[in-house]
Design a protein around this ligand. Sequence first.
Ligand code: AMP
Length: 398
Amino acid sequence: MDKKKVISDFPKSFYKGKKVFVRVDFNVPINIETDSIREDYRIRRALPTIDFLIDAGAKIILGSHLGRPKGKVVKDLSLQIVSNRLSELIDKEVLFVEDFIGGGLSKQLDDLPNGSVVMLENLRFHEAETENDPAFSIELAKLADVYINEAFGTSHRAHCSTYGMTKDFVDKISGFLVDKELSFVSKMMETPEHPFLVIIGGSKIKDKISALGNLLDRADKIIVGGGAAYTFLKAQNINIGNSIYEKEMLSWVEDVYAKYKDKIVLPIDHVISKDFNKTSQCLISDIEIPDDHMALDIGPKTIELFNSVIKGPGYIFWNGPMGVFEFDQYSSGTIHVARAVALATWRGATSVVGGGETIAAIRKAEVLESEISHMSTGGGALLEYLGGSSLPGIEILD
Ligand code: AMP
């Protein structure tokens, strides 16, 4: 992918007094019971861009979605709470605007001092947003003079705020975070350091198949853990009991395993249970799983095996947990992998970790953000990009 213009390619004077629309990805997990943000990583990651623009004297209009309100106003999916958190982080008032259609906000923006920050209510409260409705795009575009994409995680969607509205702008620029995401992912696809290790987990292979397909030739080793491993084991006629697997992926997995057998590392033991719940009793099994049990985490021998592969230096890409890490008794495999990736990074590896679940797992393992080279904010977008799809929200940038 061609290099995109980044926010710092223009002098700060370029932004002074201009209204700058920044499409951010503040789709953060909210704890509804306590009315608090569980994880503000995506907000913090946009701060360099927001700080730069405040310093430059721009008038900043932040647009984002939160969850899937499907075109309706859903109180629990209001961005007010995010706006409040942002205000704390930048130590500055953030003007939260619920109604930004019809020209009223434009006039208000004219009167705001340079360096002001405005946060729009959840864009997906409007059905038009996800439909890429031209009229809604025009309404959004009317608000600003310059467009910045800082929402890598939403760049695979051709919605009004990521795509439709951009055609009315002369300057369409990437924010610092999008620039960083693109540089790590391009490096992974073009010139990764070797050994290049890919670690795939999570529950579904289907979502990751194109990315995996593109990485198989490039990678030196591929660890497959989590639910994704059981389609591989099943394809080798290993008894997987009631573990999850994807029937329709069996023949693809068989072909891949035949071709890349020497590269692929699979679990050799498991933490198993009869039931899928927080308090279910668990056992360790060897590679074959009894009929009435399912694997919910990798076992201790597998942890040792995976640790011996995750060494560094080189390049490591990790997507998807090794087990149902949300339940403590099935989190050990994921925690060990997170720590092994951090250790490999200390040994000089470049590590890229992607996907919301995997980032949550990094937290659970008490691995610091600084112990991973890049924690990508893009789950679906990252996988689509790695799978060779173009991202509309990136293609349209200068
Ligand atoms: P994904 O979105 O495909 O990365 O999947 C993430 C989810 O996979 C997490 O919520 C895990 O709980 C789940 N997962 C990981 N390993 C297993 C497993 N062995 N069985 C069932 N679910 C799993």
